[in-house]
Design a protein around this ligand. Sequence first.
Ligand code: G6P
Length: 500
Amino acid sequence: PATPSAQPPHAQVLVASNRGPVAYSAAPDGTLQAKRGGGGLVSGLSAIGPDTDAVWVCAALGDDDREAARQAAQRAAGRTGKLDPEDTGGQSVRMLDIPEETFRDAYNGVANSVLWFVHHLLYQTPVEPSFDEDFTRQWTSYERYNAAFADALAEEAGEGAVVLVQDYHLTLVPALLRARRPDLRIGHFSHTPWAPPDYYALLPDETAAQVLRGILGADRAGFLTWRWAEAFADCCARVLGAEVTSREGGHELTVSYEGRTTRVGVHGLGADADFLRERAHRDDVAERMAQLRTQVGTGPDGAPRRTVVRVDRTELSKNIVRGLRAYRRFLADHPEWHERVVHVAFAYPSRQDLEVYRDYTDEVSRVADGINAEFGRGGWTPVVLHVKDDFARSLAAYRLADVALVNPIRDGMNLVAKEVPVVSDDGCALVLSREAGAFAELGEDALVVNPYDVTATAEALHEALTMERDERAERTKRLAAAATALPPERWFLDQLNALR
Ligand code: G6P
């Protein structure tokens, strides 16, 4: 006989995302450890805090060892599927136990190799993409993976609850959930850019339509900037023939399709100034600043060398290789800077299950080594590359950077561009790609570059390094103000309110 469920569904606020707020890893002695998960999405959503009855539904809980994470989560979750609140900072988290192959197809196959590539314009189109029987299988897994989320949310949600579904992993959830629970208020938020219609049309027609219909199942679709919101609406018009209107003086778009209307709005996630400033002034950060200063060293005149800093996941869209080439160009064109500057590049490996990411990671090291071989000399290493993720060291680099290089091919927002000005000690010049979502808010006080233009980026580095101290400090102040306009907590509450 079926056992009656222990409790009726009760949550009034629910969040769904692939990656959860906790990351499990195996310690050297085999015990499993939990720490707060990384990434902009997690910092934004952590604002829901432990004191509400909110439930967070997620699938992925580990960085490198998924199996260990899965075991830990299952042990912590037990029969209820809920994690031990000790591991989650009090947050109520339900971890879905998705079969390994389904997860791999949905996450690596569809989400990271197709949807991510489309929205970041990453394909080398003469040879890719090609959608064949592998994709057909992966898409079926993606549907199953989305359905598992919709089922869990439908189970957990109280009458009339608000559900915030996150990102490209879960585009089908809003429509699936609406079919199961028409009483809910559903939002979807995209943390990525959205592809323009011509590029979006690379997707198989039915897939292109299904993704849009999935998101249009929501009452509201959120984006990080207007550029991505408008691209989404354009795709709805082009692919589905949906009707798009602009409302409230352009502060909201609506997309009407098959008798329903979805509002499209923008919430530009900002940096968390209080958290960052407090965290950046702890002892471990001071320790790493001292280490970095030693590594960077002093120039021929005895003054500390200047620094060009970048901090990224080693991600194709981050454009790390062109950034290094621009720095090489700069050194070649401006020999007066030899021995007086160091490029501190933190490139933390990401999505290493995918060959193209492994190759890219190798390429980053190769190009950095090449620059050091070409220009380095006794006591001066022109590029210091670190690949081991260390948040305290990233903050240390933010504090002492003279120049921050943020040059993505395309980026939903880019929080590094917003975090650096907030914690910078003496002001930092920002070289920023016009293709990052952050450009909309920071463009005025940054040195803006076309990310494909290595020559122009090299010149921007020169301009940044020669910027007067006062001007740099003034710009940094304005950048910090713009970067913190919508801190994570408000970003989250604004979305809830817009749905209510
Ligand atoms: C982007 C996505 C997030 C994702 C993050 C890290 O910022 O928008 O949803 O969590 O990348 O990617 P990963 O594949 O490591 O979860």
